[in-house]
Design a protein around this ligand. Structure first.
Ligand SMILES: Nc1ncnc2c1ncn2[C@@H]1O[C@H](COP(=O)(O)OP(=O)(O)OP(=O)(O)O)[C@@H](O)[C@H]1O
Ligand code: NI
Length: 337
């Protein structure tokens, strides 16, 4: 068995809104194996960013983690006290946010911000040590350290700022870096350049990465393991090769057919229908209204995760068998494919 940096169990995140409760993450079980690049993929609103922020216990208000556990070294992060949480963030698990460029303080130089970030976690460390580390990392993300450290954020391009944020995320040698759509709002060439840098960092430093993206093409090029999210659920998870060779969830295969980089353009098939309204989810499997393979049971019953291969799990009735039907007291005819 390989070791996991993080093990998420039964994680549920709710946004209680006036119009109703939105369950942005719904009973998710998910492992982040050490030393690998894992991706979470899904359409907008599927719960990727909420998952990312839940791991760092920084879900935005009014969101709250209603149940579940997040294990790091056998201990539930959700039970950490304030000091322990403070040590966990950035030095164990760091995060590069969607449009992270905006996270930089416009009135401070990068040099001042580097020092402040590190000092917040280690008050005794010398300025020289901080700057040496920062220079090394800025070179790593292919920026000129002297120039960048002296600059204010507005003197840098979007792509440069995003690379600064990647360097920042590595300042405290975390075991895991969570990257939430790290290239959104950047042009295609800059995006490719940034993924190239991230791959290099992963290769040289062995940093474990969790990448949130809506682009399954990026997953194919970059990730070793992938989880597919739909309406707050993890619907399929496994090794990238296993999933790309043999997507077991109709949503996963639809996602792959909708991307030009993986198939020839004339085979492109956009996913029919629209993303579900989380305030009014369809009954049973939330994907059933868009699913060409839906059976009667899909409308009625929530599927459970079943194993379809080594390290390959899928949440879909197509893979339910008769034994499962009996356990769940379902009509056998409904479940038979
Ligand atoms: N601050 C908030 N207030 C209310 N609802 C929220 C908030 N943040 C997220 N949600 C709800 O949770 C759902 C999941 O949002 P989330 O940002 O996690 O999705 P995502 O997969 O990251 O999407 P995107 O690709 O657009 O970033 C949203 O559809 C929204 O309904
Ligand atoms: Ni997001």
């Amino acid at each position: 068995m390989s070791e996991n940096v993080i093990e998420v169990r039964g994680l549920t995140v709710d946004f209680p809104l006036r119009a109703g409760n939105i369950r942005a993450v719904n009973h998710v079980n998910f492992d982040i194996p050490k030393g690998k690049i894992t991706a979470l993929v899904g359409e907008s609103g599927s719960g990727k960013s909420t998952m990312a922020s839940a791991i760092l216990r920084s879900v935005s208000s009014p969101g709250l983690i209603s149940s579940g556990e997040i294990f790091y070294q056998g201990e539930d992060v959700l039970k950490y006290n304030k000091e322990k949480m403070q040590r966990f963030k950035w030095s164990k698990v760091s995060m590069v946010f969607q449009a992270a460029q905006n996270a930089l303080n416009p009135v401070m130089t990068i040099r001042e911000q580097v020092i402040e970030t590190v000092r917040a976690h280690d008050a005794k460390i010398t300025e020289k040590k901080i700057l040496d580390k920062a220079k090394e990392l800025l070179e790593y993300v292919r920026l000129e350290p002297g120039r960048v450290l002296a600059a204010h954020p507005h003197e840098l391009s979007g792509g440069m700022k995003q690379r600064v944020m990647i360097a920042f995320s590595l300042l405290l040698n975390p075991e895991l870096v969570i990257l939430d759509e790290p290239t959104t709002a950047l042009d295609v060439i800059t995006q490719a350049y940034i993924f190239d840098i991230l791959a290099q960092i992963h290769e040289d430093m062995g940093t474990t990465m969790l990448l949130m993206t809506h682009d399954i093409g990026v997953v194919a090029r970059f990730a070793e393991r992938v989880g597919v999210m739909y309406a707050g659920r993890l619907v399929e998870v496994g090794d990238v090769y296993s999933i790309f060779d043999n997507a077991d969830h109709p949503y996963t295969s639809n996602l792959m057919k909708s991307v030009p980089s993986l198939l020839s353009n004339d085979d492109l098939q956009p996913i029919v229908g629209s993303t579900p309204n989380l305030l009014n989810l369809p009954s049973g499997c939330p994907f059933h209204p868009r699913c060409k393979q839906a059976k009667p049971v899909c409308k009625r019953v929530d599927p459970v995760m079943v194993e379809t291969g080594v390290d390959h799990l899928v949440n879909c009735h197509i893979h339910s068998n008769e034994e499962y039907a009996r356990e769940q007291h379902l009509d056998l005819e409904e479940v038979r494919v």
